[in-house]
Every structure is written in structure tokens, then in C-alpha cells.
Design a protein. Sequence first.
Length: 285
Amino acid sequence: MKKTGLGKGLDALFADNLLSNNEEEKLEESTEKIHKIKVIEIEPNRDQPRRAFDEESLDELANSIKTYGVLQPIIVNKKDDYYEIVAGERRWRAAKKAGLEEMPCIIKDDITERANKEIALIENLQRVDLNPIDKAKGLKELIDDYGMTQKELADSIGISRSNIANSVRILNLDSRVIKLAEDGKLTEGHCRNLVMIEDPDKQYKAAMDIIAKGESVRDIERKVKNNKVTKQKDPRLETIYRDIEDSFQGFFGTKVKLDANKRSGRIIIQYSSYDDLERILGLIK
């Protein structure tokens, strides 16, 4: 993944636990002071995009910590009577499981709330087990809370604008499909294709077929494409219409349907809440 802005160098910063010799040397040379803080005085970031943690994986990390300790400090932000995790919640959870009373932390008092959310999101985006719905919600929250454009967010966290637009779009999936994705049964690639199926029941059936038959992203792409071709009045214009829809969806950050005839048609912009509608109106203005 391209790293720009806050994304620079975060692979080393957010390693789960064990470090290479080179990383240990860099850590020792760092000007950041490492503090030992009581585990019970540390609390998770409420804006943490990642909601689910694999218990088996946590157990493995906890066993490693019992043997080697926490070799990579977590980053925390000092609050009134506790320390809020900016990055490293998985290590903190594993440290609790391992029965540690204290763990190494780097205190960042100068981190703004927005930067806190960005760092938490980046840390999780670099993990392979972040489900696509949590990722999409994290991106959308940054856009909505701080009035950021998709381009501004892309520049800030080092992800392409089209990636952000396509990720946020999957929040328009049927609620049953969203639950399947949250449970880790659908990949982001599956979700991006399923969102193009407008009928909720057909969308859910397609999702269940993916799970039951072990269909790949390419399989569902073919299904969606074949379904669109049968409905399209003029197949020659399919690619053009798709490009136009993608452009609108990238700009508005939500599902946009182009219902086109030969000489006229409609552009249908979907919104999920009044706040979302206000955001869209702001972009139009």
C-alpha cells in the first residue's frame, strides 16, 4: 500500500510484538521516552475502527508475551484519569490475557482527535484481518466527522481516492449481507461486486451462494456483469454508463444509479441518513 502523510513508516511502528534486530536498534535510538504504565489504567480508543479480535490469535500473542514480554510499546494519549490507546489495542488485550500488570507505552499528548482516528484506522488497514465493513465505517466516520473530501482523506492516510469511494459504497449493502461481511464470511472484493446488485433479496442470495459454493471474486464479477448485460437496453453503452456511475459514486461517496435511455434518463443518488443527505447537498453546492 502506498504510504503518504500519516502512513509513512507505520509498518514498523505497529508491528504486533516481536521485532527484528534492526527494529530493536531503531527503538533504542528513538528519542521517544518509553513509560511503564499499569494495564488497568489503559483503555481502548472508542473510535477504534476494528471491533472484532480473533481470540485464538490473541491467545497466541498472549503466550508470546508471557515468554518474551511486550517488546513493542503501544502508543497512548493521556486523558483525565486514564490513558487512551492510539495504536496497539491488540497488544494491550494480549497483555491483559497474559496477566501483565504493566506494559511499555509511548505517551503522545499532542495528538489531535482527528489524527488519533487516522492513526487508529491506518494501523488496522495494515492488518489483513480487518473486515471490510469496519474499514468502510472508519473511512466514512473520518469524512463525516471532519468534513473531509475523499481526496483529502486519500492524501492524509495514503490510500487512493477510488479505493476510499469503493470501500464506503459497500455500506449500502443489505443489512444481512453486511452482517455476513462483519462475520468474516465475505471479502471486500465480494462486497464491492455485491453492492452492484440492486435487489436486496437477490443480493443476499448471491452472498449466500458465495459462502456455500466458495465462489471467488472473479466468479461474482462474472455473475454481476452477466446480470447487467441482460438488463441493459443498449449493451454497447454499458462501459460508458459504468464509468459515469463510478465517477459520480467517487465524487459523492455513495451509491449512484444512472438510469439512461437513448436521449434522456435519471441520475439517482442514494443517501443513508439526514446527515448523509446534508453532506451530499454540501458537495453539490
